[in-house]
Design a protein around this ligand. Structure first.
Ligand code: NAP
Length: 281
């Protein structure tokens, strides 16, 4: 039976340390969040970030912009925040309305304030095995969970399912930088189970419930479930057939309570890390 990887516990410990460090600062770190339009899920995420920042003593500024904001208006807002020395970290809440070119927007953020690590400068540094200013939030949270549970990455076969810029690609590169042998799978991958069965570590970041079943993993595999889906009853669940997979895995992240809490924790840590870099702390 697998040991559960407790993201709530790990994130709580990290945030307690962070809060202690922030307590003694005269000037507090500041996170600016731009939200365009009124997508209800985005509103919830932004409020959660604001609440967590407040609990930790991080200043947060929310910049709401109407759904019909032009790309140039959004560029101007980012430029204003780039030039504001009291702002340490800038986050543009995704998704953006369809008329806006998301990649162009993310490239406008000064890389030293790029709290999500979406700017090509920072992404490129990870791809070349060089340190970015900060690592992307969810992948960083996953690596921290593996470290906390003393799960060795070096020399292991890590299979990442999903190749998004938010999770799949960066986590695969970070695992490679930790000397894993990495395979990336996606919707066009043939015979997914043949690949996952050879994995020592599986990271599933797809968004499909029951995608990863017990007969698709080898005995003792480490399973990290990034997926966030809903059951027919409306309960939150991951990509993994949890009950059956946990009988066979050595470690497994539950959903909820696994990767999820680590993402917001990394965001807060990244805000503080950017503050430290900018203040040569
Ligand atoms: P995404 O952009 O939709 O990417 C999903 C990836 O899964 C794509 O690369 C897609 O392949 C691949 N895929 C789809 N069907 C597949 C299949 N049958 N077999 C193998 N691969 C398949 O999603 P995302 O933003 O990376 O998020 C993934 C999941 O993680 C979602 O449920 C999201 O809600 C969750 N998430 C959770 C957190 C957290 O903090 N817990 C953070 C971020 C995301 P193609 O590239 O070929 O389309």
């Amino acid at each position: 039976m697998a040991q559960h990887i407790d993201g709530k516990l790990v994130s709580k410990k990290i945030l307690e340390n962070l809060s202690d460090e922030i307590l003694f600062l005269d000037k507090k770190p500041c996170l600016a969040v731009i939200i365009v339009g009124e997508d209800p899920a985005s509103q919830i995420y932004v409020n959660l970030k604001k609440k967590k920042a407040f609990e930790l003593g991080i200043k947060s500024i929310v910049e709401p912009m109407p759904a019909d904001t032009s790309q140039q208006e959004l560029f101007n807002k980012i430029e204003q925040l780039n030039n504001d020395s009291s702002v340490n970290a800038i986050l543009v809440q995704l998704p953006l309305p369809e008329h806006i070119d998301t990649k162009a927007v993310l490239e406008k953020i000064n890389p030293i304030k790029d709290v999500d690590c979406f700017h090509p400068y920072n992404v490129g540094r990870i791809a070349t095995g060089t340190k970015p200013y900060v690592y992307p939030c969810t992948p960083k949270g996953i690596i921290r969970l593996l470290e906390y549970y003393n799960i060795n990455i070096e020399g292991k076969h890590a299979v990442v399912i999903g190749r998004s810029n938010i999770v799949g690609r960066p986590v695969a590169q970070m695992l490679l930088n930790e000397n894993a042998t990495v395979t990336i799978c996606h919707s066009k991958t043939k015979n997914l189970a043949d690949i996952t069965k050879t994995a020592d570590i599986i990271i599933s970041a797809v968004g499909q419930k029951n995608l990863l079943k017990a007969d698709m993993i080898k005995e003792g595999a480490v399973v990290v479930d990034v997926g966030m889906n809903r059951t027919e009853e409306g309960k939150l669940c991951g990509d993994v057939d949890f009950y059956n997979v946990e009988q066979k895995a050595s470690f497994i992240t539950p959903v909820p309570g696994g990767v999820g809490p680590m993402t917001i924790c990394s965001l807060m840590q990244n805000t503080f890390d950017l503050y430290k870099i900018q203040n040569k702390y």
